[in-house]
Write a protein that binds this ligand. Structure first.
Ligand code: ZN
Length: 202
């Protein structure tokens, strides 16, 4: 199982970090050891003083495939949820400045928090609302209509490079409003008003 992540898929988020607007999806991968599920606590590691939450819609891949054609891409997932792409922003800035890979900042243990999945068939891919609250206060308010690359675009693009396999997850990018987590914080996430994720920072 692998976790494929898309960076800079929402213009307002790319701008808040002063990143260029990409002309094709920015892709990176997290290993299976980065997964955190079932509302487990996240234990803040010592290597970073600036871990950010990034709330994202997550697709669960239900079919194996390479070089997926746009006409068939929609059949590669049936369920979605909200996830948090935890990012050690201080490390990431250092690595980016040196042109080095991001793994230590993005792929560390439990850096991919994933909520409970719901069926995607009744939802309209380009109009899914999702929200993240920190300590009960709304911090990210997303709508997939603001994505630069749609779920179908993402599946077609990534499957040119990485074989999609049943059980893989795709994080589809974060909207504006990312920020730091501290020990004691509680993150809660919802999709279409349904509470699907809860994560306490310890
Ligand atoms: Zn992200």
């Amino acid at each position: 199982m692998k976790i494929i992540c898309i960076g800079r898929n929402y213009v307002e988020h790319a701008k808040e970090l002063n990143n260029e607007i990409p002309d094709e999806p920015v892709v990176f991968i997290k290993p299976s050891t980065s997964l955190l599920v079932n509302n487990k606590h996240f234990y803040h590691p010592e290597f970073s003083k600036d871990i950010h939450y990034e709330a994202e819609v997550v697709l669960k891949i239900c079919k194996n495939g390479r070089h997926v054609h746009p006409d068939f891409a929609r059949s590669y997932f049936k369920e979605i949820t909200i996830g948090i792409d935890l990012t050690a922003r201080d490390l990431q800035q250092k690595l980016k400045a040196k042109g080095l890979p991001w793994e230590k900042a993005k792929a560390f243990d439990h850096a991919a928090v994933i909520g409970k999945f719901i069926k995607a068939n009744a939802l309209q891919d380009d109009n899914i609302t999702f929200q993240l609250k920190k300590n009960g206060k709304l911090v990210q308010d997303g709508n997939t209509g603001n994505m630069m690359f749609s779920f179908v675009d993402i599946i077609c693009h990534v499957s040119k490079y990485f074989k999609l396999q049943v059980g893989d997850f795709i994080f589809t990018g974060t909207p504006a409003g990312v920020g730091r987590i501290e020990i004691g914080d509680l993150l809660t996430g919802s999709v279409e008003g349904k509470d699907l994720l809860r994560c306490e920072i310890r």
